[in-house]
Write a protein that binds this ligand. Structure first.
Ligand code: GDP
Length: 296
């Protein structure tokens, strides 16, 4: 991801060659490069403006110390500001509740919710001793329920069978009831998505949220969606008290800037990234690593 950005910023180093310190004058061109690079990577304009202003403020008057060139010093500032923008450190999942801890996944159709539900179940099974139950509430698409059932079977994770004659909220509540009675530690609730945001979909996911009171409400978003992701994120953040973001399809030709924008628009940490179609292609999100990758 963001290879273009890395390449772009190498020219910042050249731009500032020969200057002893970063000044209002000599920094302009370099900042323009940073701005263009972020826009190219599909970060939204408001985010980019804010970001560049912060970098400028931090960089101005900085003494260029040691063996650093001014360009490297500026990239250092860009790096640390990127890390800060993405939340500083990895934000872990919250389990601090009376079990079962309910994790709700919400997002548009095709964002990667069902895949991520399976991946999350797999990750928790591998890294913890927690007993996991999966449930799908997508009564509109039997294929989605089947998809989750197949994943659960392959992963050897328990699945609560969805009765499609019931309302999604009733299915989620029945799954929670079952999870409580059978001492599950975690219930992962997959929800239906639509191709675009609509009120019925939002009302439904809100009802499920109210019904099962998840400790984690994760907004799943396709990193390839670029700027559209920002509008979708805003709508979900307004409808639901999100606790985190799952950014999928980072293995594709991802416009990484969406990561920055989605984080800023929702104010919520990216907790996981999807890096492959396969079940093991799921990682905790690390702002530091991502920033390093951005800057090369
Ligand atoms: P949902 O409609 O939100 O449940 O989306 P799905 O989980 O069905 O995923 C939609 C498509 O995206 C499927 O073909 C998945 O295999 C694919 N997908 C999901 N996450 C990733 C990812 O991290 N990387 C890649 N390459 N594909 C993914």
């Amino acid at each position: 991801m963001l290879d273009a950005l890395t390449q772009r910023l190498s020219s910042v180093v050249k731009t500032l060659r020969g200057h002893a310190r970063l000044t209002e004058d000599n920094i302009q061109e370099a900042l323009r490069e940073v701005r263009l690079a972020l826009l190219d990577a599909d970060a939204g304009l408001p985010v980019v403006k804010d970001f560049v202003a912060r970098v400028k403020e931090k960089a101005l008057g900085q003494e260029v110390v040691g063996s650093l060139t001014p360009g490297q010093a500026l990239i250092g500032v860009v790096h640390s500001e990127l890390v800060a923008l993405m939340g500083g450190t990895n934000a872990a999942l919250d389990f601090a509740t009376q079990p079962p801890a309910v994790f709700l996944l919400a997002g548009l159709q095709g964002a990667g919710k069902t895949t991520s539900a399976g991946k999350l179940a797999r990750l928790l099974t591998k890294t913890t001793k927690k007993k996991i139950l999966l449930v799908s509430t997508d009564v509109y698409r039997p294929a989605a329920i089947e998809q989750l059932a197949t994943l659960a079977k392959n992963l050897e994770v328990d699945l609560f069978p969805s009765d499609t004659s019931q309302k999604p909220v009733a299915i989620a509540e029945a799954a929670l009831d079952w999870a409580r009675k059978h001492y599950y530690d975690v219930l992962i609730v997959d929800t239906a998505g639509r191709l675009a945001i609509d009120e019925a979909m939002m009302a439904e996911v809100k009802a499920i949220h109210a019904g099962v009171k998840p400790i984690e409400t994760l907004f799943v978003v396709d990193s390839m969606q670029g700027q559209d992701a920002v509008n979708v994120a805003r709508a979900f953040a307004e409808a639901l008290p999100l606790t985190g973001i799952v950014l999928t399809k980072l293995d594709g030709d991802a416009r990484g800037g969406a990561a920055l924008s989605v984080r800023q628009v929702t104010g919520k940490p990216i907790k996981f990234v999807g890096v492959s179609e396969k079940m093991d292609g799921f990682e905790a999100f690390h702002p530091e690593r991502m920033a390093s990758r951005i800057l090369g």
